[in-house]
Design a protein around this ligand. Structure first.
Ligand code: SF4
Length: 369
């Protein structure tokens, strides 16, 4: 038997005596720790296991605690009782009430907690908070010239809804500034479905210019206006299906229109910004090619209470920081956690060497003189 084996055997004999806990010669026994050491013998592990088992046994509650527990149970079953039990129940009710208040208020985080076993991207809450912080620090074009800002607040609700729909139709592939100015020109010409239908196509095109695809958009605008006159008494339809049936209206426009014109959130409006940024942040189970795929994937996990906000946040974020070309990763608060970050932290400076250099440099210059 090797020397090591002999020591182990002797130690095991000394340590492992069935029926009673004996002193264990191990580094962890000197600090009274029940945890296992890689150098323990089998006997030591068995002894420690017993100690650990004792430690994790639930402690018996003292008699007065048991009484409180009984009182508490009684209060739950019989809410007319008195004393300490009442206080305990009130505390419990307070907690319960807070939770239900959160749920009633439509708090997205609370709703999300209810359904926490579904897929969700890593760090998304932190990323969202960072985006909120960046968005509140700087105004984006969408904040002042987005489609929701293009309608005339003085006009009646029906007219405002029509104006919001037209602004959305013009906004596709067009900067907010351009859309906003075109809408001002249209409003100066008393835009209503009837006026748009009777207007010369060339004149309408002139009013829309330089909105992208202004010729097609002028044509769709006249066709859609005719449908609104014929089927909806010059109002806009109130369902996604009917909105999408209008010429020139896609899913993104339909969902944003439902939210802005009818105050009803039916889905996430995914434009180029939302599509690009959610792919960069890996907020989707797998990369998507089409905005419609992005919408479906995003809606599968993002709490519904955030659907409207996320469009507005990400559009402005895409206009100011996370641009399509050369995103400003250096100034982005998500630069350390974003999978697509182009920010490369420079090598850490060795302060000791730098300090030495600073001290040596003047001396060298003195020597040269
Ligand atoms: S780190 Fe860069 S790519 Fe990532 S969210 Fe920020 S700006 Fe966009």
């Amino acid at each position: 038997m090797s020397k090591k084996g002999a020591i182990s055997k002797a130690l095991a004999k000394k340590v492992y005596q069935p029926g009673r806990v004996v002193e264990v010669k191990d580094i962890e026994d000197t600090v009274k720790s029940p945890f296992f050491s890689p150098v323990q013998t089998r006997g030591q592990r068995k002894v420690n296991k017993t100690q650990l088992h004792k430690l994790v046994q639930p402690a018996k509650a003292p008699a007065n605690c048991l009484k409180e527990q009984d009182d508490f149970k009684e209060m739950i079953c019989n809410p007319g009782s008195s004393g300490k039990s009442r206080q305990l129940t009130d505390d419990k009710a307070l907690v319960k009430d807070d939770t239900s208040k959160l749920n009633r208020s439509g708090n997205p985080e609370a709703k999300e907690m209810e359904n926490s076993d579904k897929w969700e991207p890593k760090n998304w809450r932190l990323m969202l908070e960072n985006i909120r912080a960046m968005r509140s620090a700087t105004d984006a074009p969408v904040d002042t010239m987005g489609c929701h800002k293009c309608s005339d607040n003085e006009a009646d609700e029906k007219t405002q809804r029509f104006q919001k729909l037209v602004a959305l139709m013009l906004s596709s592939q067009t900067k907010d500034e351009i859309t906003y100015e075109a809408m001002q020109r249209l409003k100066d010409n008393q835009m209503t479905p009837e006026i748009i239908v009777t207007m010369e196509r060339s004149k309408l095109e002139e009013l829309l210019k330089p909105v992208s695809f202004y010729k097609n958009k002028a044509k769709y605008l006249q066709l859609a206006s005719q449908i609104l006159i014929d089927k909806y008494s010059c109002d806009i339809p109130g369902t996604i299906k009917e909105l999408e049936a209008l010429p020139g209206v896609g899913p993104k426009m339909a969902h944003i229109c439902m939210a802005t014109a009818w105050n009803e959130v039916t889905g996430i409006g995914v434009d180029v910004h939302v599509h690009r940024i959610t792919n960069r942040l890996m907020w989707l189970p797998k990369p998507t090619k089409q905005p419609e795929q992005t919408r479906v994937a995003l809606e599968s996990w993002l709490p519904q209470g955030l659907w409207q906000e996320v469009n507005h946040l990400l559009v402005g974020f895409g206009q100011t920081v996370c641009k399509a070309v050369r995103p400003h990763c250096v100034e982005c608060l998500n630069r350390e956690i974003c999978p697509a970050s182009e920010h490369k932290p420079g090598p850490k400076k060795n302060l000791i060497i730098d300090n030495c250099k600073n001290e040596i440099a003047p001396k060298k210059s003195k020597l040269k003189k």
